[in-house]
Unconditional design. Structure first.
Length: 314
């Protein structure tokens, strides 16, 4: 029988992963804080909080709310800024027992270039990949780049030359018009992987006070409600562009149980990210790993890679 390690081991844009289960940006602390409650040597990797050039306090509270089928957040990219991230967090990256992917956010192209250049210097010292967040709905202009193929291409073309060692991922929005067209622009500009997707812009109202429940008025919806939307997007982008381009997809959105992760794999994802589920159960990724392993075996596969994009459609 194939060993567990072999069944789930995979390759994500040249990065060897123990298994395809990653923690999603912004849902697991700034970098390695989840190690207090979750054995990181049992998952594939962690995506850091999105880092900007300067520190950010983020939006005022309330900035997290439960929703009936998930949660709303309007954190507003609270993060320590690249200088503090580099001095206080990155020195620990190399010792983390899983792949480390660092997320970058910005308000202009130069922000992405500046932060990505610093992070790339840590490639070989723990940072395996850089994920460009061009799809944050919780700050002004946070989704601007992700809504336009031209701007998506522009930001990737600007960042690509400074990312010399790390793999370059880009995180797309579930509400971008024609996501395959945006994905194509990102691929043509040189990304190594696509993360699909970020949250859906959403809103909740307190009917008694007649006021928005989030201080930011709107926020991003994640969790189970997002899942089928993201599965459809992964499927579409995989079939229309990513499969032939040989560019892997990371599915994100409502992975609560292993079946959700398996759906992403069948739709065309090489790996998955888990976010909202961590708020309910920080050890949820371990159950997802166990379930995927069993599933791959029951499907008769020596490697989960055989199941990527393997949904049967006549
Ligand atoms: C509290 C919170 C903070 C988030 N912060 C970020 C962030 O900094 N950067 C980013 O790219 N995505 C961020 N996201 C989006 C998640 O990484 C993920 O794409 C999204 O929540 C969908 O996955 P899920 O349904 O498993 O949560 C955040 C999500 C939540 C719930």
């Amino acid at each position: 029988m194939t060993a567990a390690a072999e069944v789930l081991a995979t390759d994500l844009a040249g990065i060897a992963l123990r298994n395809p289960v990653l923690l999603a940006a912004g849902t697991c602390g700034t970098l390695d804080e989840m190690s207090d409650v979750l054995d990181l040597s049992r998952i594939g990797g962690v995506v850091s909080k999105s880092i900007t050039p300067l520190p950010r306090e983020g939006n005022p509270t309330w900035r997290i709310l439960p929703a009936r089928a998930g949660m709303l957040n309007a954190i507003g990219l609270a993060n320590p800024g690249i200088d503090a991230f580099e001095s206080h967090y990155l020195p620990r990256a190399e010792k983390m027992p899983c792949a480390v992917i660092c997320s970058v956010a910005g308000f202009g192209i130069e922000d992405y270039v500046q932060v990505a250049a610093v992070l790339d210097e840590w490639n070989g010292r723990g940072v395996a990949a850089i994920e460009l967040n061009i799809s944050c709905p919780n700050v002004k202009t946070g989704t601007e780049f992700g809504m336009s193929p031209a701007l998506t291409g522009e930001v990737v073309r600007a960042v690509r030359p400074v990312v010399k060692g790390a793999a370059l991922f880009i995180k797309l929005s579930p509400v971008a018009p024609e996501l395959p067209v945006i994905a194509r622009a990102a691929i043509e500009a040189g990304v190594d992987a696509l993360t699909i997707s970020n949250t859906i812009p959403a809103m909740a109202i307190d009917v008694h006070t007649r006021t928005p429940r989030l201080a930011n008025v709107t926020g991003g919806l994640s969790g189970p409600a997002l899942h089928p939307v993201a599965v459809r997007l992964v499927h579409e982008v995989y079939r229309k562009i990513a499969r032939d381009a040989g560019v892997p997809i990371i599915g994100a959105g409502g992975v609560m149980r292993w079946e959700d992760a398996a759906e992403f794999v069948l739709a065309g994802a090489t790996a998955v990210q888990i976010g909202a589920a961590l708020f309910a159960d920080p050890r949820a990724p371990l159950a997802v790993v166990r379930g995927l392993e069993k599933w791959a075996r029951v499907q008769g596969c020596a490697s989960i890679r055989e199941l990527v994009g393997a949904v049967k459609i006549d």
